[in-house]
Every structure is written in structure tokens, then in C-alpha cells.
Design a protein around this ligand. Structure first.
Ligand code: F6P
Length: 558
């Protein structure tokens, strides 16, 4: 295990601290003094056109941030990840989500720990495609001979958020008359609500769990199995014998997991199970077999396009000098805001309603990855880590929380994401509605950067105390990510962009971005508390006073 470098003791960190101490950003002046700023700070990464010019950086800061990347040996760490070294030290695993999107026939062949990674990845993709084709063509039949109209993915965290986000984002590509739903929460409402209007005879469940031990997923899978059996029995389709029940499961359940033995224990035919490997982290798994629901809904070709988009950004990050490397630059800017300018959170504001789940997806990707307080050798970090990611699509957010970003006291760097061409081209009495939508995207980044001075407010006739209230300070940093359209390929590029941003930040902070021990304690305690909920007095007595009081409220009202 290599020793992480303490970034806070590097010359670049000292230099950045000095720059931050007397930093007085002035985007108005920077733009007017430097006609080349926009051109110099705009970069293309595959189909993503990324304008960094409205960030609070000058050339000196950028140079120091790039020096910081060198000081922490970012290039070596990136290479180690792509090579399959065990950079996930606490779990002693390689980190190879980038291998999931290498094209067929990529050279040189990737062999890691004796595994022929490329061949295994392609074999699973082919099995997924064959299965998806059968379902989409109607060749796959339910137990009563009907074709599938709905797939229900049962999973949580990385086994839910990625597929759910992509399914919403690429809804216009779902053309086979099959739609996907996603059940994740152990709150029984979730499964009940999502199956309420479904016909068991035409529903196919995909149980998606890397470990196949996750409480929520296995509970929901059992509930779904009961729902299937009850529905089929009520329709007279099965008689309730074990053999018929098993046959129903074989026709209506498939699974995705790294633990195929556990899949068989659940009663799902291993022939209907799709595998992946421990070197794919849950939050990095949408491009693995975890994306099976997407392949069924969108088709194998769209899924391959999604993978091609991921790969295009992998190649960008791997081969582009850091001074023009978009994920690296964006990661370093996030470090600048977090560690030197005191930002606590980061807004992601897609101007695409289809990306309504993108912030939720990014929350797991970034916060489960970088919400750490010790470095990869167990030593405590000496700087803040892990930004809080949040957001909603514009223009909805404009009428909710943008006020705080424009005029509040906090610094909130924001990524704006927009697409030149709409999924649905509507016009309002001859007026292009998408154009109007994009005018808002442009207006918001402009207002945040340049604000509105008191003089400008007064010229409009405002006087007195109202002047201050109507003044916008500006110098609120934004990145604009523009792309031609929200295609599968572009979506893959966007996700990979954020994966590598997250990686860059993790390396600067010296943390392992690929474990998630912080979710364990709550899981353990839930299992200890469950008997207390059910009335076990010993388990109840073992709880703290607050938990005991809440339990007694529960019992009084249940
Ligand atoms: O929340 C912890 C976690 O392990 C995530 O990292 C993971 O994506 C999720 O649970 C689901 O795990 P699994 O796919 O094994 O069911």
C-alpha cells in the first residue's frame, strides 16, 4: 500500500492558501480585461462543451491547482486505477468500472489478478443483450404465455439510483412498449405503489444486488414474489403448488449480482442471473449488469451507446494533459472552493427535466465516495473532504432555492447542464419553448457571475433601502456543461465526467473513494432494534433512553 501524500503539506497547498488569503474575485473585470478568458477556459471533452470561465479562478490559481495535482501524483493514481491495481485498499480490490466500457476487441487485453477482464465483460454484455432481445421481441413469455410489458428493478443505492436515473433521462428511447419501474425503499409503500396497477402475468422482476444480502432488496424481492404468486393464483393461473410457484418465479424473476450462489438460494434459476465482479463499486455499476433493466427498456444498442459515452470520457481523462483535462480541472476547482474558499456544498442544476434524478445519483457517487475522515492508510485527514451535492432541474429550482445562491451569504459553486436540442420539440404559438428554456440557463449563469450593482439598480428608478435588497453581488461561480442533445452516449459521458471529478478530489484528499464503511453501523443497529420494534423486552431494555422512548411512542400508536 502506497502512503497517501498529505496535500496540506505540499508547496502547492501553501501557495493556494496564500492566494486565498487576499483573494478578491472580480468576474466583471476579469472578463472585460481579458478578451481571451472564455476561449482559454472552455474545453471540449468528447461531446461535452464545458465553459469554466465563470469560475472564480485566475491563471495563477489554475497553475497552483495543477501543481497540486502533480504534488499528489494524480497521474500515477489514475494510471494505477486503469491498470487494475488494488487502490481500494480497505477491501483489497481493484477499481475497474472503466473496464466495463472498454469496446469489444480493445487492445492491449486487460488481464487483472489472472482474470481476462475484457472477455468476461463482453460475455456478460452478450448474455444481457440476448436476454433483452428475447424480452423486447416477445419471445420471453410469462408463465401464462403473455409477453412482458413492465420490468420492475428491485435494488437500492447503486443497484437502483443509476438505472432509475438513466431510465428517466432516456425515456424517449424506450420504444419497445416495455417500461421500467424501480423499487428500492423497504418502506412497504414503495413496492405497493409501484405494483398497484401492474398485471403479474406481464411483469418481470429484476432483483439487482451486488452482494445479494441487502436487507431492503431481499425483503422487497420476497414481497414481490408473494405479490406474483397471489396475483397469479387469483387469476387462476397457478394452483399454489410448490412446482407451479417455482415455475412462476422462473418466468418472472431474473437477478443481477456478484454472488450467484445466493441468487440460486433465493430460487432464481442461475441461468437467469447476470454477474459482475467485486472490482465494480455499487455506485459505479450502472454500466455493469446492474443496467439490465435499461437494456430491456432501451435496447442493447442504446446501452452500448451509453457505454461508448463512458469510454470516450475515460479516454479523455487518460490521455489529455491536465491543463485541458475537463474532469481533472473540475475536480481541482471543487478542491479550491471546498478547501480554500470555504464552500460546503455544490449545486447541480440540469436544464433538462429528464435529469430530475441526476442530483440524487450524484449524491451517492460523490458523497459515498468522498465522505471520509481518514486517508487510505488510516491516518486522519487534515482538511475538509466531501462536498454536499444537491440540486433540481432548472427552471423549477429558479422558483425555489436559487434566491439563496444569488443573494445568500454562502458560496455555492454550481454546475449548469444543458442540451441544445430538446427531446420533444414543442412550440408555443410559434415560439420555440426549448429556446426560451435555454434562455433561462444562460440568464442564470450570467446573473450569478456578473450580478447587478447598486448603481444599475438605481438607474432603474429604485431608491432607499430597496436598492440593497435588489442588488446582486455576482462572483457566484458556475460551470456550464453544454451538449448537442441528451442521447445515451452523452449521458454516459456526463456520468463518467462526474466519476473522474470524484476521483480527482479523492486523490487530493488522500482518501479511498471506493469503500463505504460509514453505512455499516446503521445497518447493524437496525437489525438489533428490529426485535425491539416487535416487542422483545430484552432488546428494548438494551436501547438508550431516547430510543426506548421512541419505541414506546411507536407501540402506543401502532
Ligand atoms: O449503501 C451501501 C451500499 O453498499 C451501496 O454502496 C450499494 O450501492 C448499496 O448498499 C446496495 O448494495 P447491494 O447492491 O449489494 O444490494
Amino acid at each position: 500500500m502506497s502512503t497517501p501524500i498529505d496535500a496540506t503539506r505540499t508547496p502547492a497547498w501553501a501557495d493556494l492558501s496564500a492566494r486565498a488569503a487576499d483573494f478578491a474575485p472580480d468576474l466583471r473585470a476579469w472578463f472585460s480585461d481579458d478578451p481571451t478568458r472564455v476561449e482559454r477556459l472552455t474545453f471540449d471533452a468528447a461531446d461535452l462543451h464545458v465553459d469554466l470561465s465563470k469560475n472564480l479562478v485566475d491563471d495563477g490559481i489554475l497553475t497552483s491547482l495543477l501543481a497540486l495535482a502533480d504534488d499528489v501524483h494524480l497521474a500515477d493514481r489514475l494510471a494505477a486505477m486503469f491498470r487494475g491495481e488494488h487502490i481500494n485498499t480497505t477491501e483489497d480490490r481493484a477499481v475497474l468500472h472503466t473496464a466495463l466500457r472498454r469496446p469489444a476487441g480493445a487492445t492491449p487485453e486487460l488481464v487483472v489478478d489472472g482474470q481476462h477482464v475484457d472477455a468476461d465483460v463482453q460475455a456478460v454484455l452478450e448474455a444481457m443483450s440476448a436476454f433483452a432481445d428475447r424480452v423486447r421481441s416477445g419471445a420471453w413469455k410469462g408463465v401464462t404465455g403473455k409477453t412482458v410489458t413492465h420490468v420492475v428493478n428491485i435494488g437500492i443505492g447503486g443497484s437502483d439510483l443509476g438505472p432509475a436515473m438513466v431510465s428517466t433521462a432516456l425515456e424517449p428511447y424506450a420504444t419497445a412498449g416495455i417500461s421500467a419501474r424501480f423499487v428500492s425503499n423497504i418502506d412497504p409503500f414503495d413496492l405497493a405503489h409501484k405494483t398497484k396497477d401492474l398485471d403479474p402475468e406481464t411483469t418481470l422482476f429484476i432483483v439487482a444486488s451486488k452482494t445479494f444480502t441487502t436487507l431492503e432488496t431481499l425483503t422487497n424481492a420476497r414481497l414481490a414474489r408473494d405479490w406474483l404468486w397471489t396475483g397469479l393464483a387469483a387469476a387462476g393461473a397457478i394452483d399454489g403448488s410448490d412446482a407451479q410457484k417455482q415455475d412462476a418465479v422462473a418466468h418472472h424473476f431474473v437477478a443481477v449480482s456478484t454472488a450467484l450462489d445466493k441468487v440460486a438460494d433465493f430460487g432464481i434459476d442461475p441461468a437467469n442471473a447476470f454477474g459482475f465482479w467485486d472490482w465494480v463499486g455499487g455506485r459505479y455499476s450502472v454500466d455493469s449488469a446492474i443496467g439490465l433493466s435499461l437494456m430491456v427498456e432501451l435496447g442493447p444498442e442504446a446501452f452500448r451507446e451509453l457505454l461508448a459515452g463512458f469510454h470516450a470520457i475515460d479516454e479523455h481523462v487518460r490521455t489529455t494533459p491536465f491543463a485541458r483535462n475537463v474532469p481533472v480541472l473540475m475536480g481541482l476547482l471543487n478542491v479550491w472552493y471546498t478547501n480554500f474558499l470555504g464552500a460546503q456544498s455544490h449545486a447541480v442544476l440540469p436544464y433538462a427535466q429528464q435529469l430530475s434524478r441526476f442530483a440524487a445519483y450524484l449524491q451517492q457517487l460523490t458523497m459515498e465516495s468522498n465522505g471520509k475522515r481518514v486517508r487510505w492508510d488510516g491516518s486522519p485527514v487534515t482538511s475538509d473532504t466531501g462536498e454536499i451535492f444537491w440540486g433540481e432541474p432548472g427552471t423549477n429550482g429558479q422558483h425555489a432555492f436559487y434566491q439563496l445562491i444569488h443573494q445568500g451569504t454562502r458560496l455555492i459553486p454550481a454546475d449548469f447542464i444543458a442540451f441544445v436540442n430538446p427531446a420533444y420539440d414543442l412550440n408555443d404559438g410559434g415560439r420555440d419553448v426549448h429556446g426560451l428554456f435555454l434562455a433561462n440557463f444562460l440568464a442564470q449563469t450570467k446573473a450569478l457571475a456578473f450580478g447587478k450593482t447598486a448603481e444599475e439598480v438605481e438607474v432603474e428608478g429604485t431608491t432607499g433601502a430597496l436598492v440593497a435588497a435588489r442588488t446582486f453581488p455576482g462572483n457566484r461561480p458556475t460551470t456550464s456543461i453544454f451538449a448537442p442533445a441528451l442521447t445515451p452516449r452523452v449521458l454516459g459521458e456526463l456520468v463518467a465526467l462526474y466519476e473522474h471529478i470524484t476521483f480527482t478530489q479523492g486523490v487530493v484528499w488522500g482518501i479511498n473513494s471506493f469503500d463505504q464503511w460509514g453505512v455499516e453501523l446503521g445497518k447493524q443497529l437496525a437489525l438489533q432494534i428490529a426485535p425491539a420494534i416487535e416487542g422483545d423486552e430484552t432488546a428494548t431494555a438494551a436501547q438508550d433512553a431516547s430510543t426506548r422512548a421512541l419505541l414506546s411512542y411507536y407501540r402506543a400508536h401502532r
